[in-house]
Design a protein. Sequence first.
Length: 296
Amino acid sequence: MVRMGVDLGGTKIEIVALNDGGKELFRKRIPTPREYPATLDAIVALVNEVESTLGETGSVGVGIPGVVSPYSGLVKNANSTWINGHPLDVDLGERLKREVRVANDANCFAVSEAVDGAAAGKGVVFGVIIGTGCGAGFAINGKVHAGGNGIGGEWGHNPLPWMTSDEFNTTSCFCGNRDCIETFISGTGFVRDFKAAGGQANSGIEIASLVENGDELAKAAFERYIDRLARSLAHVINVLDPDVIVLGGGVSNIAAIYPLLPEVLPKYVLGGECRTPVVQNMYGGSSGVRGAAWLW
């Protein structure tokens, strides 16, 4: 059986086709039309191209930077704003004459890593994407856990846990609240904090490089970052206690995170001990599109 996954982003649409064993059979990327009917047309054309090339039909899953409301059936919370308010799964299903499954892209990331990635074989997987923003999703036994409101895993829009007086009421988030986890531990938040302390860098990777070169401002910023990340993840461990946490996004490529984080996590996890593995993803930028294929 061919499983097709589509990653619908703000700038590109990517499709991948996998066989039952996870082998990639087809991949293509095109620019995203920033208009709803044209976006539908583009996805349908990609699916048709896959099926024409491979000579068989298959299932279709789509990852989006938002969710389909379980109440209205319409897309909400997508930063690709032109898909908000539309029944994307229904409209695509009608055009492709089959059921189409749509899920949040962070949930697709978690599913990808749970099925055959860095968390393969684990029951409860918390997948975190830390880049410009900070998204997350749950996979339970290899399947998306979206929750009754469709927002399972949206941990980045809870307040940073155990805030210090220097942190409280210092950041504003696009969601309308203040001091969200995302504003502190996203790559954007990491850079903001470093610049506020007098440093100069354009990415978390650059700050990590400065740490390796002995820059004291960078060292202090990285220590603050690890502590904030530990507090944020401890909050999830205290609630759900996942079997493994998988990190994705640009910040996940900072190698120094992985030996340091386990040293700090027990400080905030109830009981003072924590051996929850925190691992780097296996599939990188391909995890989301692969996870969309594994929605079936």
